[in-house]
Write a protein that binds this ligand. Structure first.
Ligand SMILES: [Zn+2]
Ligand SMILES: [Zn+2]
Length: 347
């Protein structure tokens, strides 16, 4: 892929720890701006979130993914809104998915401006149900006793979970938001979370991809909204990736890293990554049919190495592995292991 922002590409390559060296506010099109907000506690290559500001014909600013809830980010965001539209109000707060590095400041922004919060209805369901990430009993995954404490952080991380209900929900597979003079097409792209959306600006040929498509890492899948009645996130992601293939001529505005062109090349890489991972899991299960989730995960290749996966990364690794195992078991019983039919598989 080709980066279309040198500053963002540089910050991705060199890191912007603790909010230092964040890429500057950049104008992407006449009415579209990109702002980097710091991601406290972020990992290398996930130092900041990209927040997008869309200015409508009335000068109102529609804020996409306001970023993590910190006082520094709040000041950055207010300054950016004032810069892109000096007399403008905030018209809406549109959030691609429920993770705190995207949704975090939405609550403050809504309270301060009265602007409606827009989410996909699936995210609203997940947020209403309680802590957004499934807390799984480590014993079920076969996690050794001495490593279970590492997973205890989850219960704590969501101990102060406060339900947050959107003012407006987008529904179904495709929806539209039409603030004065803007056409924002909302595409439901489940996988990373069950109610993740991408936003397309057809007139500007821009695609805002949240965490569904990132240029510099493969986002984890099933990180919100799993449970009965929800499709397998691996299957969902294959279908969601296919949905974006018609837009190869669009510039991609992701939720982290840098803007780029070459969408289909990136979609191929993402599909290939998950396909290889599924094949790897299948191989382990062939030789050890009774292996636990933990044992399968320990046998996979990880970019940080298995030993490097601790706490949240260990949790995500185990969760991804469990989805691949479920996915393979379903494929084995239904025989529908071809991409065209994956979207129909239920857990
Ligand atoms: Zn996310
Ligand atoms: Zn994110």
């Amino acid at each position: 892929v080709i980066a279309t922002s040198a500053a963002q590409e540089h910050a991705t390559a060199h890191g912007a720890p603790d909010g230092d060296a964040l890429p500057p506010l950049e104008q992407v099109r006449d009415r579209v701006w990109a702002l980097a907000t710091a991601m406290p506690g972020g990992l290398r290559r996930l130092d900041y979130t990209l927040t997008y500001l869309l200015v409508d014909d009335d000068g109102r600013v529609h804020v996409v993914d306001p970023g993590s809830d910190t006082d520094d980010n709040w000041r950055l965001l207010l300054a950016a809104v004032a810069e892109v539209s000096p007399d403008g109000d905030v018209g809406s707060v549109i959030v691609t998915h429920l993770h705190p590095d995207h949704l975090g400041l939405a609550r403050r922004l809504r309270e301060a401006t009265g602007a409606p919060l827009v989410l996909h209805e699936r995210e609203a369901v997940t947020l209403a149900a309680g802590p957004p990430v499934a807390v799984v009993d480590p014993a079920v995954w076969g996690v050794p006793t001495e490593r279970r404490a590492e997973l205890a952080f989850l219960a704590q991380a969501f101990a102060d979970h406060r339900p947050l209900a959107p003012d407006l929900t987008v529904r179904g597979v495709t929806d539209h938001l039409r603030p004065a003079g803007l056409d924002i097409e909302v595409l439901h792209t489940p996988g990373h979370t069950a109610g993740h959306v991408c936003l397309r600006l057809p007139a500007e040929k821009l695609l805002l991809t949240g965490d569904h498509v990132l240029p510099a890492l493969y986002p984890g899948l099933g990180l919100g909204g799993t449970g009965p009645g929800v499709s397998n996130p691996i299957a969902d992601n294959v279908a969601s990736t296919a949905r974006l293939r018609p837009y190869d001529d669009h510039e991609v505005l992701p939720g982290h890293h840098y803007r780029f062109t070459g969408l289909v090349e990136r979609l191929d890489a993402i599909d290939g990554h998950h396909r290889r991972r599924s094949a790897e899991v299948a191989e382990i299960l062939r030789s050890e049919p009774g292996a636990s989730v933990y044992e399968v995960a320990a046998g996979l290749t990880w970019s940080r190495g298995w030993q490097g996966l601790r706490g949240g990364l260990l949790y995500s690794a185990l969760l991804q592995t469990s989805f691949h195992i479920d996915f393979l078991r379903h494929s084995a019983t239904t025989g529908h292991a071809t991409p065209g039919t994956l979207g129909d598989l239920r857990r």
